[in-house]
Each structure stands twice: as structure tokens, then as C-alpha cells.
Design a protein around this ligand. Sequence first.
Ligand code: C2E
Ligand code: MG
Ligand code: MG
Ligand code: MG
Length: 285
Amino acid sequence: KSKELQGNNFQFYNASMEKSNLRSAKVENGLHKALENNEFVLHYQPQINSRTNKLIGVEALLRWNHPTMGVVSPADFIPVAEETGLIVPIGEWVLRNACKQVKSWHDLGLGPIVVSVNLSARQFEKQDLIELVKDVLAETKLDPSFLELELTENLIIKNTDATLETMVKLRELGIKISIDDFGTGYSSLGYLKNFPINTLKIDRSFVSDVVGDLANAAITNTIITLADNLSLNVIAEGVETEDQMKFLSSKGCFLMQGFMFSPPIKAEDFMEKYFEQDDQELLLN
Ligand code: C2E
Ligand code: MG
Ligand code: MG
Ligand code: MG
């Protein structure tokens, strides 16, 4: 092989780049048709209160069943959807369907649970976000207090008047706002005092090693104390073990979400799992 290519590293880098470009082109092409072809489905992950052992809410998480690629992870297609702007119609579909689903669960007697919907920056910045949320709430008849939108710090980093205004208007509709993946972004903590936030979600990267890693324990502890002092709710993401659950509970964080309770599951499975139980007592596993 020629010297100009500077050995295998260069070629390897090139080849893998090409492969990932190809894949993302395929993802992009597919995304355009995914909505009309009904290839999206929402999965729901329970959120529980470890003190009462009750179901308090669900996070709606998007899944894409591609006809040839199979199930594509959100990590692979959400960034493409964000770049192309397709996240706007896709996100609208998510919001509408998540609200509809949870309203129907309320009507069937599984209440009062909150539904959390992830919102990307592109959606948040759209002029008509407030109208959209208002319309979806009216259409689905979901009580606004049962809808929570999850924003990330990277969205909030802009910390502009427009960001504040949008958040205030959302809160005026009666819905809740949480900060997803809290502690992993690049923003300062100052925004916490300006913005009308309800809940901090401790990122899984801190929770996953909270028992064995002193730094993660310290960070997690600090987030719990911070939330407490600011009168915010706090929920831990990615709780997988009983030790993690015990640690979090001992620090005063009782709201949790994670594989220990359940991975995200299909709506039908969710029904089966949570409707059978009389007063929604959670049977772990
Ligand atoms: P996220 O909002 O932080 O969601 C939590 C992710 O952690 C989910 O991954 C969930 O399956 C996973 N998870 C939950 N508990 C555990 C656990 O105990 N252990 C482990 N290892 N993982 C756990 P998922 O569903 O693959 O979603 C990844 C990300 O994609 C989400 O992170 C969110 O940022 C984004 N996403 C998913 N659905 C949507 C959507 O409808 N709209 C937007 N804008 N983003 C979405
Ligand atoms: Mg989330
Ligand atoms: Mg998260
Ligand atoms: Mg995340």
C-alpha cells in the first residue's frame, strides 16, 4: 500500500467513517418514511417511589423498527433526526401518543401517574411549541399536571430570555419540567434559580457506580442535597441494583427509574404488569 496513505490507521479511519456515513445516510433516508409507515413505537419505563413502593410515573422512550435494519436505538437515530429537523414532526408524534396512552391508562384506573416526554432543543425552540402542547392536552384531555417535559442542560445552556419565557409559558399551562441527565452538561448551576424547574434527574453515569466510586457517590449526594435545598424533586436514573437503591434511599432520594424495576417496555406489557396489581404495589421482578 502506498506511503501517502500513512499506513493502516488512515485507511481504517476512512473505512469506518465511510461505514458510519453510509449508515447515517440510511438512517436519514429511512427516517423520512418512518412516520408515515408507522415504524415508530413508544416504550414506557416505570418510575417508582422506593419508600411507598408505588408507581409514580412513566418515561416514554421512542423505538424505531426499521424494515431491514431492525430495531434502531435512539442513540443512533435521535441525533440524525435532530440534525435534519425531522425531530420536530417525530417529537410531535411522541408527545401526542404518550399523552393519549397515559390518559387512557388513567381512564382505565391506573392513576395518578405522570408521563415524561423527552424534548430536544430543536423542538423547544420552535415558535409553536406552546400551541402544540396546548393542542395535544386539549385533544387527549390529559390533565396538564400529569405531563412532564424532560429538557437537557445543553438546551438550557443558552440561558436566554426566550428560553425562560418558553419555560414559564409551559409551566403556566400546568405541566412540569425536569432536567434530564443532570450533571453531565456544560451549563452553570445559576440557571436553577432563574428557571421554573420541578425535577432534577440524576444521570445514570453517576448512579451506575454510586456504591463503589467515591466521586460518583459525592456527586449524587450533592445533587440530592441541591435539589432538597432548592425544593426541587429529584429522581435517579439507571438504578440497577438493590445496593444502589439502598444508597439513594439513605440519602433521601426515593424516586427512581431503572432496570432494577423494569426496562422500558411495550404499552401492552405495561398494562399487564401494572394493572393486575390491586393498589399498584410493585412486585420487584
Ligand atoms: P434518556 O432520556 O436519559 O433515557 C434514559 C435511557 O436510559 C433510556 O435509553 C433507557 O432505556 C436507559 N435506561 C433506563 N434505565 C436503565 C438502567 O437501569 N440501566 C441502563 N443501562 N440503561 C437504562 P434509550 O431508550 O435507549 O434512550 C436513549 C436516549 O434517547 C434518551 O435518554 C433520550 O435522550 C433519547 N430519546 C429517547 N426517546 C426520545 C424521544 O422521544 N425524543 C427525544 N428528543 N429523545 C429521545
Ligand atoms: Mg429522558
Ligand atoms: Mg436521562
Ligand atoms: Mg440521556
